[in-house]
Ligand binder design. Structure first.
Ligand code: CA
Ligand code: CA
Ligand code: CA
Ligand code: CA
Length: 359
């Protein structure tokens, strides 16, 4: 009797004392990495994944070197092209199969810290090149920092969401500028309150997630200006939360049938936190990317990107890309992890993709 009581008491104490923040951390390993960026120090930042329309294995990774331009890599990690030399693109994002006036295709956007302008490119599906679509400079009046794209599925319009370290968030609508160029117009602006950077929009749910680096992840709804009063915190840094500042990159893993997860880079403890995409974004778990063989792990990660598409035999259920802040004796690069491995590391396993999900 006494023993049974002791067991019950112990169970009770364990349940009460262990806070949610100590949930188990899964471990995964890179399956590949990109060529290191050309400049030293803190240079690589964010990435996005271009999914090839027919052959997933020919998909590409577009990564920023915030000191030197935009890089396009193959899934083997080889550098194919660099564009916007001398500009300082901090974050980058993509939407496939957009229509802006007469222009159709896959749009990649960024914001340049060198001159606080917006960059808009279309992917050439034959060469994987990035065609600059801007003919008249798109100057913002903020010190640009993070950015992401959002597509309003009601009318197909595409927006750049760009922010500043001072907490300003601006929404710019992409518009045709003649038959062959794209421009953008500021349509909404608000202030989050603290330093922000990482953001990601869920087009199907009309939601924008923004990381306030010291505080946590905010969930806003479109239209954004009205949402400033009804925003809510998905998770926080510190006591009761699962994040360790800075909150950095945010990304959405999603399938065509609307399953999915929100993932955040918890830079302060080199981990990645997974939440449900639906409902109240319940915490699912977290993982770290550790070294194996010749491939190092991921530390001090800024930007992340993820997709659920079948990208050839190495990434059959999707790909997770993380900037690696500490790449041994080499310059920073991006580590590539198979979603299949991330999904299997969880108990119960996470959902897996497998078709062309991003188009
Ligand atoms: Ca960094
Ligand atoms: Ca940051
Ligand atoms: Ca960053
Ligand atoms: Ca590393």
């Amino acid at each position: 009797m006494k023993f049974a009581r002791l067991v019950l008491l112990t169970l009770f104490v364990v349940a009460v004392v262990i806070p949610v923040g100590f949930a188990q951390t899964m471990v995964v390993y890179p399956a590949g990495e990109t060529t290191p960026v050309s400049t030293s120090d803190d240079a690589a930042d964010d990435s996005c994944i271009w999914v090839h329309p027919e052959d997933g294995a020919k998909s590409l990774i577009i990564g920023t070197n915030k000191d030197a331009g935009l890089n396009v890599y193959t899934l083997e990690g080889d550098l194919l092209h660099s564009v916007a030399p001398g500009k300082e693109p901090n974050n980058v994002d993509i939407r496939h199969e957009v229509e802006i006036g007469l222009i159709e295709g896959d749009v990649v956007a960024t914001a340049f810290r060198s001159d606080n302008t917006l960059g808009i490119f279309m992917v050439d599906p034959e060469t994987g090149g990035l065609r600059d679509m801007v003919q008249s400079e798109l100057k913002t009046d903020i010190d640009v920092y993070g950015m992401c794209l959002y597509r309003d599925l009601r009318d197909g319009s595409v927006y750049i969401i760009v922010n500043s370290k001072e907490g300003w968030v601006q929404q710019w609508k992409l518009l045709p500028d003649g038959p062959e160029h794209i421009t953008a117009e500021l349509v909404a602006e608000f202030n989050v309150g603290g330093q922000v950077e990482g953001c990601v929009a869920d087009d199907e749910l009309d939601v924008l997630y923004i990381g306030e680096e010291q505080l946590g992840i905010w969930r806003y709804r479109f239209p954004l200006e009205e949402s400033a009063y009804t925003r809510r915190l998905v998770d926080v840094t510190g006591h009761g939360g699962h994040l360790v500042s800075d909150v950095e990159g945010l990304a959405l893993w999603k399938t065509e049938d609307d399953r999915g997860y929100l993932i955040a880079s918890s830079q302060g403890n080199d981990s990645f936190v997974v939440y449900r995409r639906d409902g109240d974004n319940d915490f699912v778990g977290r993982f770290t990317i550790e070294a194996r063989g010749a491939l190092g792990g991921c530390e001090e990660t800024d930007g992340i990107a993820v997709c659920a598409d079948a990208l050839g035999p190495r990434y059959p259920n999707g790909l997770f890309v993380a900037q690696d802040g500490l790449n041994g004796s080499e310059n920073q690069n991006f580590k590539l992890v198979s979603w299949k491995e991330i999904a299997a590391a969880f108990d119960p396993p996470l959902a897996v993709g497998g078709g062309i999900e991003s188009r």
